[in-house]
Write a protein that binds this ligand. Sequence first.
Ligand SMILES: [Fe+2]
Length: 283
Amino acid sequence: MPEENKEPLPPSRREFIVRTAQGACAGALVYSAADSQMLSVTRLRIPMERLPSEFAGFKIGFASDFHLGPAVPAATLRRAVELLNGAKPDVVLLGGDYVDEDSELVKRCMEILSGLRAREGVYSVQGNHDYWVGSGSYSAALAESTSIKDLSKRGFAVRRSSGVLWIAGIDDNWGGNPDFSASVAGAPEGAPRVVFTHNPTLADELPEGYADLILAGHTHGWQIYVPWITRLFMPLESMRKYRAGFYKTKAGLMYVSRGAGVIYPFVRLWCSPEVVLITLIPA
Ligand SMILES: [Fe+2]
């Protein structure tokens, strides 16, 4: 009498493919969940011509696209504050998109970000999402903040005995009304300019040589980044043009941040969130 075969049967080809796909999806989800939580500081050293000698080593903190909401807890914002404060920036610039869809959370976001510390101050512009939820909530939140100042339509001079560094914000080009002249009104002739805004496509609208450094966010680095592939799914030409990192534009060198938060589909893959610390050095 033949013995019963106790060996498990090999999986069929179809079953093997399904199991492999399930494993890959589970792995991707786990990795994505971890990737979204991997907020870290990206440290950049940027040479700048015309930089007055006393600004060598001047540190700029930049953070954008927090999107406080269902997928981004307050803990992520507190971690961003902790990371930036730990880097001891001279100034902090915030690039907008504080919430996703809930205007009530703008105030909560600003309360947390009010914990940021920098000798020359903390400054902010709005992103398209802040306009979409109603910019009144942004204005009200900043009115209550003692430390964050709106810089959407103006700039200011950081002065040292060897010269001036001009820092300016520009309003969002989707939801707001950028005023290029207002942002540099009063900038001394020959002073280097650091400009920040929400949407990197604004660089295409700026006059040639407008800034020595432009900082922007908005793209989230596309959140899911597979070289050559993700680009095919970007619906807007403007999103395809700028993703993350450095770009030489006619207006000046630009850095596009991957952002600190996440929006729908609430996934990051091979594109971790960041806050940025820039150290200026003489060219
Ligand atoms: Fe955003």
